[in-house]
Design a binder for this molecule. Structure first.
Ligand SMILES: Nc1ncnc2c1ncn2[C@@H]1O[C@H](COP(=O)(O)OP(=O)(O)OP(=O)(O)O)[C@@H](O)[C@H]1O
Ligand SMILES: [Mg+2]
Length: 369
């Protein structure tokens, strides 16, 4: 097992900074997910760990060893790619054993490791089949198995589930999580899917345009996003983000159909700034404030144009003047399309960002206290 640490690592392709000054400590045995939109530099980070991409600036360590100039084969890592190619003319057993044979591993060692990997991944019944006689999910497990038999210090996985259909993704997601609990090996896992990131990672590193935005547990990122990008990226459906203006009396923020009252202690943080407010769909409650008079928080009035029934909840597309907001409420509310609704979000669930820098404004309790 091993740690992986990026110290001010950059990757330049000519003028393009694919990865821009990333510093990140991945702990021994940790399941770290790199997540971000397409082109943000996730695969490049992974390929630098693997040694498949040269590092332009900075230092990369695996364990205590600086690996900037260490060849891929000497790094003790195994990588699972999005487009895994199994050898079609070989059985599952031969596919699993192939990499070890190339490394001249002893025959009894190979047999043992193949048997162990097959047991972990439930591939026992399929060992003598060729890949074409397997389902997509089984093939994916063989691809994982080929990494497992290597017994590496670090697993690198680049969108390994993206070829699977929705149901199989959920199943294989759980299998990889179980695999990690069992092997306790450091895993660096790349995905652009924030749901995958939230469900699998011990910690998540959110990237955008080559830069690391925030690193934390799924709950840290959800509760305390450091900026507007992370706030909008983490959570599904996405947080509603809206420009708001300072209320003339200084007691809060407003926009057409939207009012946010801010307690006195938090007004300093927003004074004189252009502010973007963020409200998560799942934090809305239907109805006017019922709390003590002067209760703080956001109130939104609009028309529920579309209502999507989700079972225990319903998803409302609410038109608030020119804006479209998404809210999720209890389906017992039974909102009818075209109905006028008033929605409320308590202050401790209202997010505010500086419109210019995008940084979170501290008007709510933070992780640090
Ligand atoms: N060999 C290359 N030459 C020039 N630019 C490259 C090269 N490889 C990657 N890039 C650029 O570097 C940036 C990061 O690419 P990378 O593949 O790391 O993105 P990603 O986050 O993995 O995206 P995706 O989710 O689409 O896989 C992109 O803008 C890409 O176009
Ligand atoms: Mg990629």
């Amino acid at each position: 097992m091993a740690t992986v640490s990026f110290e001010h690592v950059s990757k330049l392709y000519g003028q393009v900074k694919a990865v821009d000054d990333v510093s990140l400590e991945i702990q021994d045995g940790e399941f770290m997910v790199l997540v971000g939109p397409s082109g943000c530099g996730k695969t490049t980070c992974l390929r630098m760990i693997a040694g498949l991409e040269e590092i332009s600036l900075g230092t990369l360590r695996i364990g205590d060893k600086v690996v900037n100039d260490v060849a891929p084969k000497d790094r003790d890592i195994a990588m699972v790619f999005q487009s895994y190619a199994l050898y079609p003319h070989m059985t599952v057993r031969e596919n699993l054993a192939f990499g070890l044979k190339l490394r001249h591993t002893a025959k009894d060692q190979i047999d043992k490791r193949v048997a162990d990997a097959a047991a972990i991944l439930d591939l026992g019944p399929y060992l003598d089949r060729k890949p074409k006689a397997l389902s997509g999910g089984q093939r994916q497990r063989v691809a994982l198995g080929r990494a497992i038999v290597r017994e590496p210090a670090v697993f690198l996985m680049d969108e390994p589930l993206s070829n699977l259909d929705a149901k199989l993704r959920v199943q294989t997601r759980a299998e990889i999580a179980r695999l990690h609990q069992r092997l306790k090996t450091t895993i660096v896992y790349v995905t652009h899917d924030q749901v995958e990131a939230m469900t699998m990672g011990n910690r998540i590193a959110v990237m955008n345009a080559g830069r690391l935005q925030q690193v934390g547990t799924p709950q840290d990122l959800y509760d305390f996003p450091v900026n507007r990008f992370v706030a909008g990226f983490i959570g599904s459906p996405s947080m509603n983000l809206m420009d708001v203006s300072q209320r003339a009396d200084g007691g809060g923020l407003e926009a057409q159909g939207i009012g946010i009252s801010v307690p006195a202690w938090a007004r300093e943080a927003i004074r004189g700034r252009s502010v973007v407010a963020g409200l998560r769909p799942e934090h809305f409650e239907l109805g006017e404030a019922t709390g003590p008079t002067g209760a703080t928080g956001a109130t939104v009035s609009g028309i529920a144009e579309v209502v999507e029934y989700l079972g225990s909840q319903e998803l409302l597309h609410v038109k608030v003047y020119e804006r479209d907001l998404v809210a999720i409420v209890d389906s017992s509310a039974n909102v009818k399309p075209g109905q006028n609704v008033t929605l409320r979000v308590p202050l401790d669930k209202v997010y505010l960002f500086d419109a210019d820098s995008g940084l979170s404004l501290a008007v709510r309790p933070t992780a640090a206290g």
